[in-house]
Ligand binder design. Sequence first.
Ligand SMILES: Cc1ncc(COP(=O)(O)O)c(C=O)c1O
Length: 428
Amino acid sequence: MSKDKLIQKDLKNIWHPFTQMKTAKPPIFIKRGEKEFLYDQKDNEYIDGVSSWWVNTHGHSHPYIAKKIHQQLLTLEHVIFAGFTHRPAIELSERILNYLPHQDKVFFSDNGSTAVEVGIKMAIQYFYNQNIKKNTIIALEGAYHGDTIGAMSAGADDSFNIPFKEYMFKVERVPSPTKDKKKEAITLLKKIVKEKSVCCFIYEPLIQGSGGMIMHDKDTLNEMIKFCKKNNIICIADEVMTGFYRTGKMFASDYMKHKPDIMCLSKGLTGGTLPLSLTTCNQKIYDAFLSDDKMKTFFHGHSFTGNPIGCTAALASLDLFEKKKTLKNINRIVKSHQKFSAKIKKHGLVKNLRQQGTVLAFEINTQENTSYFNNIRDQIYDFFINEKVLLRPLGNVIYIMPPYCISKISLQTLYSKVEKALNYFEKI
Ligand SMILES: Cc1ncc(COP(=O)(O)O)c(C=O)c1O
């Protein structure tokens, strides 16, 4: 079937995510992917500068991950995970916990949103099981934790959520601990804790991705976690985006002395190959669910919980992370971003340039406020697509978050396209 016919069928049958289907241009048909590249039907090559919604770590269609998945598919594709278990899940839990010495148990689900739902539910039931009444949830302003109702409730109080507001649970919000809001963040946190009975504090450590790559002062965040833990508040680190070296270390929580009680992992977990997520917790949380009373069980699970193929992809991805070359690539990207930042920081359109590890972000200075709905967004996105690079600004926030295997040349191409865009939009 020709590409045009396929696109017609897409337009007829498919409802795409985060897309206004009335006004959106037809989607780009991608035939195949390899390393940092995506190829359309005419073999145009696009550089994936956002790791396909931040999931891809080792490049597209990685042959090693593909081989491992294939072997697993021929062995065991899936089995119910209540009352049954299997090797890939057992191995994965052990290997992940080795990276997280402050965590003791692993709960499986399918995506970032469900990992967050699980984390919040664990925190709520942790107190419920002990007959302790604590019902306030604290989140950060500008947070994004996913699109299911619980994850949305903990997310920013913004336009995405308006139709659902009356169905969402109430959350207290504190400013993100950015360099210019260190004091406000701590002060408000302390005030809420004094006045309310706080159950948990959920945060995206160091980088709030969808909120516009908001970057934290790590000492302030560390202080906030320390304060919460001292006050018997469960700390939930949503590392769905920041995990797997996005911030330069395996986990953003590795930068901090004070560790979360619960962690949510997904996206890079399988190298970006298959949907899988983990919610880990420490022994204290787990123990509160152990009882002869069945009602203290954690009644949560999904049909595909602990899927063996997903677990195998995650194990293969960990194999690749444990190769020296991957860490070398990550360090190369970090240094390369630093050099590029120095080059563009004085450009008239560049505002609030910031970097944390492999993530580089800045705002395009426009007459409008910084926002997901800033009008320049679509023009810049189209500009980049015409230049054959996939960079997907969050409103007027441009960011680069490539797969770690990206070559020096491709990274330089991404930078040069960003500079080209800056020079172009400065003139209009
Ligand atoms: C920090 C964070 N948490 C949760 C999610 C939700 O993940 P998913 O889209 O896999 O449901 C995202 C997605 O971007 C995220 O960035």
